[in-house]
Design a protein around this ligand. Structure first.
Ligand code: PGA
Length: 251
């Protein structure tokens, strides 16, 4: 039985005041969730504050990106040891916005995945096809390729700890959610390709769906067999909405 994960992705939203306001309200309404994990991917500037506010709770923090070197002349970048030092637990890697706007390649994402594990952080590896690719029937091909490349060279025991988020680009921030069956079909494609390359790690790897997940549609998506949780963008900005989604994930 895989443990579920609900991950919020704030993207480039919230400042110290609004992040703190979120955490204060959320901590008041949130109750420990024995059967699933919850993390919030905040901007770098808010991670330390969230770490401190989440102390003594079962909530985890996540970064939205990082560099694959430990240190060096990489102006504007943040490294894995910097995140690990403040206690960050997860890191989102290869989000479609990073791929599209910052030209992240599968090779770079693979280096980052390895580096995250080296520093005991769990990578949340994003994959997903564009609308044009889906219209050409290429979604399976694209996503398999992204997953195989992201996990290349990793031992199976690390793959079994990884999180993979299937996020069709056409469903991100558009309000156009994949049907539960579309999401399940692609999460199954991912699990099958992990099995081909990494054997039984496929039974443990967590696969999330992301793309316009809201309190209204979360349950039917989370009920699908190969979907172990959700990566939630817009709806994670509001503590009430985020909590409603977490509740849908409770068994
Ligand atoms: P969304 O974003 O829930 O706002 O569609 C999801 C994501 O990009 O992770």
């Amino acid at each position: 039985m895989r443990r579920r994960l609900i991950a919020g992705n704030w993207k480039m939203h919230k400042n110290s005041e609004t992040a703190r306001g979120f955490a204060e309200k959320f901590l008041k309404i949130y109750r420990v969730t024995p059967d699933l994990d919850v993390c919030i991917a905040a901007p770098f500037t808010e991670l330390l504050a969230l770490e401190e506010m989440f102390k003594g709770t079962d909530l985890f923090t996540a970064a939205q990106n990082m560099h694959y070197e430990d240190q060096g002349a990489f102006t504007g970048e943040i490294s894995a040891p910097m995140l690990a030092e403040i206690g960050v637990d997860y890191v989102i890697l290869g989000h479609s916005e990073r791929r599209a706007y910052f030209a992240e390649t599968d090779e770079v994402i693979n280096k980052k995945v390895k580096k995250a594990f080296e520093w005991d952080m769990i990578p949340i590896i994003c994959c997903g096809e564009t609308l044009a690719q889906r219209e050409q029937g290429l979604e399976g091909h694209i996503v398999r390729h992204q997953v195989v490349m992201a996990l290349a060279g990793l031992p199976d025991e690390l793959v079994s700890k990884a999180v993979i988020a299937y996020e069709p680009v056409w469903a991100i921030g558009t309000g156009r959610v994949a049907t539960p069956q579309q999401a399940e079909d692609m999460c199954k494609v991912i699990r099958d390709v992990v099995r081909v390359y990494h054997g039984n790690a496929a039974d443990d790897v967590k696969i999330l769906y992301g793309g316009s997940v809201k309190p209204e549609n979360a349950k039917e998506i989370l009920d699908m067999e190969d979907i172990d949780g959700a990566l939630v963008g817009g709806a994670s900005l509001d503590p009430d909405d985020f909590l409603k989604i977490i509740k849908q994930a409770q068994l």
